[in-house]
Design a protein around this ligand. Structure first.
Ligand SMILES: Cc1cc2nc3c(=O)[nH]c(=O)nc-3n(C[C@H](O)[C@H](O)[C@H](O)COP(=O)(O)O)c2cc1C
Length: 207
């Protein structure tokens, strides 16, 4: 079982990566082969909107890193998208990645049947995390993935996605900031649960 996480954060190894790594570590403990792909490491050109992908499931841009990333997506059993909220949206890197996967979807959903999950974090509470999650889950369901959530039936404290925040609280008008999302226990717990749920769903779908 191979699970790939795509990090759209413009900062490698920071909060979004911390959540993705927690998810992947849990999945690896359960036997999955995992990989974290930091989009900042790759050269992905902008979609030219040439529409040549229509009718042939191929992108006309072949001289960048997207064909290799596409092969990894096709090989994966599970795909996790991670992006911080930027203006209650995904980052430019994540959006560009999504645009360039159009060839995997436009005539036939080549990623259909894989399991998908999304992870986000933001500076503020209610800072656009839910919007960023919805954008990523909409994308994955349009691509034909089966979405998995972070719920644990025995601990009804988690909602469907993983949404961290750096603002912990406000006391007497003063903001209390977390040093990193690692101090957001609810988000870390949800990330690990999402890793477990993902492995379980992939196993049950492959039976
Ligand atoms: C361009 C930009 C836009 C941002 N927009 C928001 C926002 O809409 N809401 C919010 O709460 N935080 C926003 N932030 C803060 C990031 O979501 C936050 O710093 C996040 O933890 C960054 O994740 P990273 O550590 O993986 O880079 C923004 C940051 C940047 C650079």
């Amino acid at each position: 079982m191979y699970i790939i996480a795509i990090n759209g954060s413009h900062r490698k190894g920071k909060n979004t990566a911390i959540l993705l790594n927690a998810l992947l570590a849990e999945a690896a403990d359960l036997g999955a082969t995992t990989e974290l792909l930091e989009l900042t490491d790759y050269n992905i050109k902008l979609c030219r909107s040439c529409n040549k992908c229509m009718g042939r499931n191929q992108c006309s841009i072949t001289d960048d890193d997207m064909p290799a990333i596409g092969e990894k997506l096709l090989a994966a059993d599970g795909i996790v998208l991670g992006s911080p909220a930027y203006w209650a949206n995904v980052t430019t890197l994540m959006k560009n990645f999504m645009d360039r996967t159009r060839y995997l979807h436009v005539t036939r959903n080549m990623l259909a049947g894989k399991v998908g999950a999304a992870v986000t974090n933001a500076g503020l509470r209610n800072g656009g995390q839910e919007a960023a999650l919805r954008i990523m889950t909409f994308f994955m369901s349009a691509q034909g993935l089966t979405l998995v959530d972070a719920r644990n039936q025995n601990k009804p404290i988690m909602s469907d996605g993983v949404a961290g925040s750096l603002l912990a609280d406000v006391k007497e008008g003063k903001a209390i900031w977390r040093k990193s999302v690692e101090e957001d226990e609810a988000a870390m717990l949800a990330a690990r649960q999402l890793g477990r749920n993902m492995v379980e769903l992939i196993r049950s779908l492959s039976k």
